[in-house]
Write a protein that binds this ligand. Structure first.
Ligand code: MN3
Length: 210
């Protein structure tokens, strides 16, 4: 996915119904978030790259060199890929705790799963304005938690203090939670833990380690 040519990027299918994450994330929020917000990032990205050298770059290379390209590509390219990850790491069978290698790495790098949850929740809650919280992995398996503003992400060269490959991303823009939670971002963050699909996150972790 990350190395797909930009001109060949496709808007992803959602693997579950809009109401599948209720009561944690409501159907109306999911519908608007996916079919309006995410779709707009995709459409605006494709419009911004059309007829430029960016069309024929791998998407990962575009992210890794985003400092050389227009802000519209940074914002919409980030919005496109960040939401692709967000839909994948959530599922109706989510919640609980990771298992296997990822569980062991979380205990090794954060002390406990509860400590990880606290760090991740804090990264999301303290991001001023709009942005994302991330759990990232290095090729050697090391995990870290960080956050980025707006639609920036750890793949971008402009992001200096939040690195590694994202294996879990949480959208903390108000559009992700305002209909159900209004200004109560911490309540949304607590609810998000109930929909995290740790099996998927574990697969992303294994892929980074290869
Ligand atoms: Mn969003």
């Amino acid at each position: 996915m990350m190395n797909t040519l930009v001109k060949n990027l496709e808007f992803p299918k959602l693997d579950y119904a809009y109401d599948a994450l209720e009561p944690h994330i409501d159907a109306r929020t999911m519908e608007i978030h996916y079919s309006k917000h995410h779709m707009a990032y995709y459409n605006n990205l494709m419009a911004a790259v059309k007829g430029t050298e960016m069309e024929n770059m791998g998407f990962g290379d575009l992210m890794a060199n985003i400092s050389k390209f227009p802000a519209a590509v940074r914002n919409n390219g980030g919005g496109f890929i960040n939401h692709n990850l967000y839909w994948k790491v959530m599922s109706p069978k989510g919640g609980g705790e990771p298992t296997g290698e990822l569980a062991q790495a979380i205990v090794r790098d954060f002390g406990s799963f509860e400590n990880f949850k606290d760090a991740f929740a804090k990264a999301g809650a303290t991001r001023f304005g709009s942005g994302w919280a991330w759990l990232c992995a290095e090729a050697d398996g090391k995990l870290s938690v960080c956050s980025t503003a707006n639609q920036d992400n750890p793949w971008m060269d402009v992001v200096k203090d939040c690195n590694g490959t994202p294996i879990l991303g949480m959208d903390v823009w108000e559009h992700a939670y305002y209909l159900l939670y209004q200004n109560r971002r911490p309540d949304y963050i607590n609810a998000f833990f109930n929909v995290i699909d740790w099996e998927v996150v574990g697969q992303y972790y294994a892929a980074v380690r290869k």
